[in-house]
Design a protein around this ligand. Structure first.
Ligand code: ADP
Ligand code: MG
Length: 280
């Protein structure tokens, strides 16, 4: 295995003096940011996205005409029952999976116009993806997994930033462990750290706190929200947890492959109410 050389990263000075100050304690996005700022082009969007799996009797319309904007510098939660198309939507926005019809844009770029190489490069340079099933490489250490996207892109990891992420996610003593030696929660935190390692423009996270207890979950969610506030990143997070959704600026609800509702500045109560209405 010569593809990853971690170099000075092992010497990373932890959280000391690193970029992000403490999170504000209020859970709901402070009023203001969205009210006065001039409109910006969305970081990503879909136009009439349709994704059909299978044929005939077995046909499933996982996305059935989804048109949605993911605003730049915002944190959006994507919610909906199991099988409603959340993962399919996230994969489509990341260009990991093509659509049956419709379009996906990242910034101004229509992903459908890109060949495989340019698509791969765009994904690598601009998108951080947290897979629902983590997709860590079992033979690499946690740290090697975290910096792998940077290595593949031929870029040097910023040791201060990587150290900050590792430390904030409680992975300090675990960076030399391989995924099979880590708990599910630790693997999930490695998967989130990997998506953040190169400070991508857009972070797409599929249930990134699904395997975490509430304290660890809150650490990750606060960190994602800070990344949006302070680094102007765009985060799109799939979750079924109303508390997780309350960290977002906006929640969109999917059912049967369609967007059926949307909330601004969601609170866990308003999300629960919306889920009750949609579920009934
Ligand atoms: P969610 O993430 O909201 O649980 P998914 O996007 O994973 O939903 O799936 C939406 C629908 O598409 C489900 O009915 C699922 O069974 C189906 N589906 C997802 N991936 C595939 C696939 N690779 N082949 C066939 N059907 C799929
Ligand atoms: Mg899913």
């Amino acid at each position: 295995m010569d593809m990853v050389t971690i170099g000075s990263i092992t010497e990373a000075p932890g959280a000391a003096g690193a970029a992000l100050p403490e999170a504000p304690t209020a859970v709901v996005g402070a009023a203001g940011a969205g009210d006065t700022a001039p409109p910006r082009a969305p970081a990503a969007r879909t136009v009439d996205a349709v994704k059909v799996y299978g044929r005939g009797e077995a046909e499933v319309r996982a996305l059935d005409g989804v048109t949605v904007d993911f605003e730049a510098g915002h944190f959006t939660a994507v919610m909906g029952p199991s099988g409603s198309g959340k993962s399919t939507l996230l994969h489509a926005v990341a260009g990991l999976d093509g659509l049956t019809s419709g379009r996906v844009f990242v910034g101004d770029t229509d992903l459908g116009t890109l060949g495989e190489r340019r698509l791969t490069r765009l994904r690598r340079d601009r998108i951080g993806f947290v897979f629902q099933q983590f997709n860590l490489i079992p033979t690499l250490t946690a740290l090697e997994n975290i910096v792998l996207p940077l290595r593949l892109a031929g870029r040097r990891p910023d040791p201060v930033w990587v150290g900050e992420v590792v430390s904030r996610f409680g992975l300090d003593g675990r960076t030399g462990h391989r995924p099979p030696e880590l708990s599910g929660g630790q693997q999930q935190r490695v998967a989130v750290a990997r998506a953040l390692a190169n400070r991508p423009e857009i972070v797409l996270a599929d249930e990134p706190t699904g395997n975490l207890d509430s304290r660890r979950g809150a650490e990750i969610l606060s960190f994602l929200r800070q990344a949006v506030r302070e680094l102007d990143q765009t985060v799109v997070m799939v979750t079924h947890d109303p508390v997780a959704a309350s960290y977002a600026d906006r929640a969109v609800f999917l059912a049967d492959g369609r967007i059926v509702d949307e909330l601004r500045d969601p609170t866990s109560d308003s999300v629960l109410d919306a889920m009750r209405v949609l579920g009934g």
